[in-house]
Design a protein around this ligand. Structure first.
Ligand code: SF4
Ligand code: SF4
Ligand code: SF4
Length: 297
């Protein structure tokens, strides 16, 4: 069984302890308005186009079987509705202005890539599965089993919007889950991600019942996820969990917007969503005052 991988990043220092290899899977059921990885939302492969790298050679136009690539004296664009994600344009583009996102790989192939850097993991590093939503990737359990068989420290970054049976099957092979809490108000959660949080919270509780360590990760998006009530509810949520090590506050960054533009979507990045230092400190103090450890790395 193969899984669709958006990217494998090596020598990562922000996706868990130590040096890690992070596997980003394609496909996510959520649609967060601030999404920092919009190229991982769709389950299908797709092409990103970087205008600044294009030298206008026209190779992609000849290669495209659907007429989605357009290049005239006055016009350079990709008609997203005609694109079938075959990747032919990316294969002939010498400047990487066209880049395919989504490579089908079997669990053994992913493991082989991950093991390339095993010598650098030491006692703390390992592999991180991310996305998109890694727990929605077909074959993820097989990959987790293989990673554990090879003695790797395994971390899964999840937003929890997945089949509860997958959570239960994954848990024995995961050392820690980094679990995103998008918003604690159900209505706002739905508005901001397109999904009801009930299943997500049930999955978080299930991980905790199974005794696996979690850290809650909260993205601060100015005006959307910075209200005091949200952090009070996070503290309440933390108090229900026996195996949660604390809360990590993350700062919104608008770089996902340019990636959306490369996908042919509207640039979704918003400078005004970047939280201030004062907002981050305020949120941290609210959590600390309620006995919640605030994790900084
Ligand atoms: S869960 Fe992550 S990948 Fe999915 S839409 Fe939200 S930010 Fe994007
Ligand atoms: S093949 Fe690449 S460089 Fe050439 S026109 Fe297409 S996108 Fe531009
Ligand atoms: S990926 Fe899309 S734009 Fe590129 S060749 Fe295939 S159909 Fe054409």
């Amino acid at each position: 069984m193969s899984m669709r991988v958006a990217e494998i990043q090596r020598f990562c220092t922000h996706d868990g302890p130590g040096l890690r290899t992070t596997v980003f899977f394609k496909g996510c059921p959520l649609r967060c308005v601030w999404c920092h990885n919009p190229e991982t939302q769709k389950f299908a492969s797709e092409v990103m186009f970087y205008d600044a790298l294009c030298i206008g050679c026209g190779a992609c136009v000849s290669a495209c079987p659907t007429g989605a690539q357009v290049l005239t004296q006055n016009d350079r664009r990709r008609v997203v509705s005609l694109c079938e994600g075959c990747g032919a344009c990316a294969r002939v583009c010498l400047t990487e202005a066209c880049k395919i996102v989504g490579t089908d790989m079997r669990a053994e192939q992913i493991l082989a890539e991950v093991l390339t850097d095993a010598a650098f993991y030491g006692n703390t590093g390992g592999v991180t599965l991310s996305g998109g939503e890694p727990l929605c990737a077909d074959g993820v359990i097989e990959l987790l089993q293989l990673c554990k068989q090879h003695g790797l420290h395994v971390l899964v970054e999840t937003a929890g919007a997945c089949d509860p049976d997958t959570v239960s099957a994954a848990a024995p092979y995961v050392d820690e889950f980094y679990f995103d809490i998008k918003h604690t108000d159900a209505q706002k959660h739905k508005e901001l991600t397109g999904a009801d949080p009930t299943l997500i919270l049930r999955n978080l509780a299930q991980i905790d019942r199974l005794g696996v360590k979690t850290r809650l990760r909260c993205l601060l998006v100015n005006g959307l996820t910075t209200d005091d009530a949200h952090f009070a509810h996070i503290a309440e949520l933390y108090a229900t969990l026996k195996h949660c090590t604390g809360v990590q506050l993350l700062r919104y960054h608008p770089m996902g917007g340019s990636k959306a533009a490369a996908l042919g979507l509207a640039d979704s990045g918003r400078e005004e969503w970047i939280p201030t230092e004062a907002q981050i400190t305020h949120a941290a103090n609210l959590l600390l005052s309620r006995g919640v450890p605030v994790l900084t790395d």
